[in-house]
Design a protein around this ligand. Sequence first.
Ligand SMILES: Cc1cc2nc3c(=O)[nH]c(=O)nc-3n(C[C@H](O)[C@H](O)[C@H](O)COP(=O)(O)OP(=O)(O)OC[C@H]3O[C@@H](n4cnc5c(N)ncnc54)[C@H](O)[C@@H]3O)c2cc1C
Length: 527
Amino acid sequence: MTNASSHGGSSAAPDPNTALVWFRRDLRADDHAALFHALKRHTRVFCVFVLDTDILDPLPRADRRVAFILDALRVLDADLGRLADGAGLIVRHGPARKELPAVVAALGAGALYFNHDDEPDALKRDTAVGDALLSRGVSVQSFKDHVIFERSEILTGSRQPYGVFTPYKNNWLKTVNDFYLSAYPVSRYARHLAPLTDALQADLAALPASSRSHAKAATPKHHRRVPTLEEIGFESVAVNPKLMDGSDGAQRLFKDFLTRIDRYDEQRDFPAVKGPSYLSVHLRFGTVSIRQLAREASARARKGNEGAQTWLSELIWRDFYHQVMHHHPHVVGQAYRPEYDRIQWESGAEAERLFKAWCEGRTGYPIVDAAMTQLNETGYMHNRLRMVTASFLIKDLGIDWRWGERYFAQQLLDFDLAANNGGWQWAASSGCDAQPYFRIFNPVSQSEKFDGDGKFIKRYLPVLEKLPPKLIHAPWTARAVELQACGVTLGRDYPEPIIRHEVARMATLDRYSVVKDRKLPEGAAEA
Ligand SMILES: Cc1cc2nc3c(=O)[nH]c(=O)nc-3n(C[C@H](O)[C@H](O)[C@H](O)COP(=O)(O)OP(=O)(O)OC[C@H]3O[C@@H](n4cnc5c(N)ncnc54)[C@H](O)[C@@H]3O)c2cc1C
């Protein structure tokens, strides 16, 4: 499997036997397209990760993702060392567009290898790095690694990108075979990984572009190549330990999920149940290979395992949203369907107040508040609740989906531009194969249906612990004495609802009337 985009380049000066592999959203040493191809074609291969200050500088100083990345880099560094004696990860801290050319020059590398990242900013960065290297005669090779099918690999019969998921999925399933799912056997050529010698590390530490290098050349035997959070200007922050340990942690989670995958289709919608895989952060940072996951799911799905079939569909949604972003980059910032940008969202101080209450889990709707608390406290939110909270913000509070998209992007450990944008535009009805605009989630029925006994709500809102199932989904419908018997006074211990869903629903249908001038279809309903 190659699918390489060769950017060409040739020169006598850089050493054609030496290559540098640039790790980005693929933080593992196993089944790695760029690493495999570099090792196969070159006899002296180095690996680098750049803590890119263009990305890191605007982030809040306490960011779970940075903690996750550093942890994953430590595992990657150790794994490279296990693959070949003395090998390891070069870690740089600075703007990637400057660091990469500097490291390439210091190593005398004749080629740079990396895996595709199709986010618009990443593409711009890669073009800048590629152009700088090409002008020096260094070849630049990039590969598909992050998805099973990318860009224009799955098209309609008339060679157009799909706008509807189900036919895309059917074509995906028809096209996929062992070729696309097999692993890149990195270890076969691991002997070509070059050791990070003391002299080399001294050279790297002295690089002018690296004002913030963390290689400690003076103590080579004991140095830490991967810096701490504090060393790169971040604060320590708690991340669920079950999600940590880089690629080792991903394998642990996947092994555990395989014991539950058969029941995924039945359990995945209930946030109090351990139903999904929790692998999203690992897929985001590539601490697990999508080929491994899709291969295992496909093998089970082909045997009729419905849990595996449903889970495979979710992995296909991921590919789907990535190809949407590739073909329609305007979705970053604008509605996929332009007519939805005519909608007038709420704005001003009142909208700001409602938005803040939503962010902080103070809407008075327990399922929404518990979900937002899960997000704020852990950096994760269950998929069903992402749909419920997104719908609530857009269709109950009348707030622009982009506000919610931005908040999720700041908070989610698994934040992925394509999936997050796809999810938000799905909820806003403006996206590719989105929820129709007239289908409006009723937060109370969603709560009753998917958290019937309120177990999830109570986990994140202990103040409601004593409320029985009949009161917990809509506490404002209870009599004051009933609530008091459970130790709750609305407005004091838990908020009054900030809107009435029935009223908001009518306002939303009105708001969305600018996109459809016909009457509501038969069955226009709540979900
Ligand atoms: C408003 C909204 C925002 C979202 N933002 C993100 C995001 O930033 N990052 C992200 O990875 N997912 C996002 N999702 C999709 C989904 O909610 C998460 O992928 C899922 O909850 C992660 O948990 P899991 O790994 O246990 O999922 P599982 O149920 O075990 O699914 C396995 C994997 O399939 C992929 N997947 C599942 N559902 C979707 C989906 N609807 N779209 C795309 N890929 C999917 C993910 O990579 C996930 O890890 C969003 C969904 C919505 C409705």
